[in-house]
Design a protein around this ligand. Sequence first.
Ligand SMILES: CC(C)(COP(=O)(O)OP(=O)(O)OC[C@H]1O[C@@H](n2cnc3c(N)ncnc32)[C@H](O)[C@@H]1OP(=O)(O)O)[C@@H](O)C(=O)NCCC(=O)NCCS
Length: 176
Amino acid sequence: MTAISIRSANIGDAQMIADFHVKVWRHTYRDLAPTEAYAALDEQHRGKMWTEKLSSNDNSQMVLIAEVDGTIVGIGAAARSSDAIFKGRGEIKSLYVDPDFKRRGIGRALLARLATHLRSIHCQGVALSVVKGNAPAIAFYGKLNGQQVGEYTDPGPIWRSQNIVFAWDDVAILIG
Ligand SMILES: CC(C)(COP(=O)(O)OP(=O)(O)OC[C@H]1O[C@@H](n2cnc3c(N)ncnc32)[C@H](O)[C@@H]1OP(=O)(O)O)[C@@H](O)C(=O)NCCC(=O)NCCS
């Protein structure tokens, strides 16, 4: 199998990450997201979002790109979170793997790198939210021994999705 490499993203990667995000997000949520969200969360919207993210001075943030032969096949992002639902844990904010590259360990490897980073900045645990109904992702986090610790409704405005919160208080479980 061709080698997969993982590197930190920089501002010049913003639109490439955005295009990849839209592609995988739409593939994942086409039967779950409302039509308005599907349309609104386009390359332009995500391009602005990733440009802002990669220009931010939040030094708790890490954004990773997984590549095969220089082509993007996965992205992951994490940072500290002030959201009460995460109870001080570091948050996995994005994790997306190209459908053609699933089940090759890319999601697990990205998560391990992000968890290592969150531990290095002294976050007490790792958490994330996943949309109810995203069965493959829920199975993935369960397989990696994530604990379901809560639920919340995304405040929107684009999609008031119902979410499950997964947490790992022993971060070593994710790092292996
Ligand atoms: C969820 C996701 C990140 C998993 O990434 P991945 O690279 O395919 O996962 P890995 O290969 O690292 O899987 C590790 C283990 O998790 C489990 N797993 C992964 N996907 C699974 C699935 N669909 N069903 C059941 N178990 C699964 C398996 O045990 C797997 O090991 P195995 O293949 O040796 O059996 C990926 O499918 C994805 O990007 N989905 C679309 C976007 C998304 O939903 N992101 C999460 C938003 S919160």
